[in-house]
Design a binder for this molecule. Structure first.
Ligand code: SAM
Length: 372
């Protein structure tokens, strides 16, 4: 098939990207529409495209409109929501506006705004705005460029520092990985200069990276900005076997839990990768779960841990509380694990572990876990 016929179609890896973004958006809105302390929600799609692909499938902007409408119509509490759509190409914005005008109706309460700026210049301005925002506002920023060249670390840090913003970034990894070693020397060829700058900004140790997935891991860690934020990623493989990375950054553990739910919803065996097929591989699934068991064992060896520490630890490994609870139940049945109720000063009720966001927020540990 000639290239131009496939160029503007939603390929499986594009569909995986859009699913990741919209599934999170749905969860994000569901929680924030119910959360008492939040009064306004802003969603920014910084590289939004024109809305509909040549095969008739919809892109991130149209899918976000559908997700917001779904959340609004299934929630009694209505809060101001603004979807801001930006693309450097003004013609795409015109097409998108025409497409969305026809989809809007009076019963849809949310607003849509548009702009046509270079995304990171606009984000630099937004970081000033976010700084002055009321503490009851929340922002979700989706960054979906063609490549890595537009990404600026300082600007990203600027929009994240306020503690009210979460970011999703989609990046192609193949070229960055392939040419990583071309960036090591002090002076590099002109064509590798942008990659050198990218690697330098995020302080990536490219000499220790030996696969595209390791590149994704290294960038995920760099996005934690010296461990002040929580990050995770989802690897997306295309039909040629090369990877794209979906990166998520949040100041909030509940945000991290929700994106990990999305990852396990998309990949029920490992919660980490789209590989173009959904064949069940029991070996992969049990290997992944065994890795959690080993890491929990190491974490608890030597000293007891609280429910708060364990909740954060399990999420940091890309697992959900239900995965740890399954292991803890088995350990309890085998009398390997003791769970002590610190409030009632006695052994906790069997099967209760309190690994959840609400109980982690009080700051006061409720349960203590120790290995026998
Ligand atoms: C990968 S496409 C986005 C696809 C879109 N998110 C979707 O799901 O349909 C990247 C878009 O970014 C736009 N673009 C390229 N460079 C840009 C920049 N520096 N700032 C903002 N938009 C840019 C392009 O016009 C293009 O529409």
């Amino acid at each position: 098939m000639p290239k131009k016929d496939t160029a503007n179609k939603v390929k499986p890896h594009t569909e995986a990207k859009l699913q990741f973004y919209t599934r999170y958006l749905e969860r994000y809105l569901e929680i924030l529409l119910r959360a008492g302390p939040v009064e306004k929600i802003n969603i920014y799609d910084m590289f939004c495209g024109e809305g509909v692909y040549s095969d008739g499938k919809t892109g991130s902007a149209v899918r976000a409109v559908d997700a917001i409408w779904k959340a609004e119509s299934s929630n009694e509490r209505c809060k101001p929501i603004n979807l801001h759509l930006n693309d450097l190409d003004g013609r795409k914005i015109d097409k998108l506006r025409a497409c969305l005008d026809s989809r809007m109706s009076e019963d849809k309460k949310f607003r849509i705004s548009y702009s046509s700026y270079e995304a990171f210049s606009l984000l630099a301005e937004l970081s000033n705005l976010f700084e002055k925002q009321d503490r009851k506002v929340r922002n979700l920023v989706f960054i979906d460029p063609y490549g890595y060249k537009a990404i600026q670390r300082d600007v990203l840090e600027g929009i994240l520092i306020n503690g009210k913003t979460e970011v999703i970034i989609f990046l192609p990894i193949e070229q960055m990985y392939r040419f990583r070693n071309k960036t090591i020397d002090e002076v590099v060829e002109k064509s590798y200069q942008p990659l050198k700058e990218f690697v330098g900004q995020f302080d990536l140790d490219v000499s220790s990276i030996s696969s595209e997935k390791e590149f994704i891991q290294a960038f995920t860690q760099a996005l934690a900005f010296s461990k002040t934020l929580f990050t995770t990623s989802y690897a997306i493989k295309n039909h040629t076997g090369h990877y794209y990375g979906m990166f998520f950054i949040t100041p909030n553990l509940l945000g991290l839990e929700k994106i990990i739910e999305v990852k396990w919803g998309l990949d029920s065996q490992q919660g980490e990768e789209f590989s173009g097929h959904n064949q069940n591989d029991f070996f992969l699934e049990s290997e992944k779960k065994n890795s959690l068991e080993k890491q929990l064992e190491q974490f608890l060896q030597g000293s007891s841990k609280t429910n708060i520490e364990l909740y954060g630890f399990v999420l940091s490994l890309g697992f959900l509380p239900k995965h740890a609870n399954e292991i803890f139940r088995r350990w309890q049945n085998g009398s390997v694990l003791d769970v002590y109720d610190l409030v009632k000063n006695k052994a906790a009720r069997k099967g209760a572990f309190k690994l959840n966001y609400k109980d982690s927020q009080s700051g006061k540990p409720l349960f203590k876990f120790s290995l026998n």
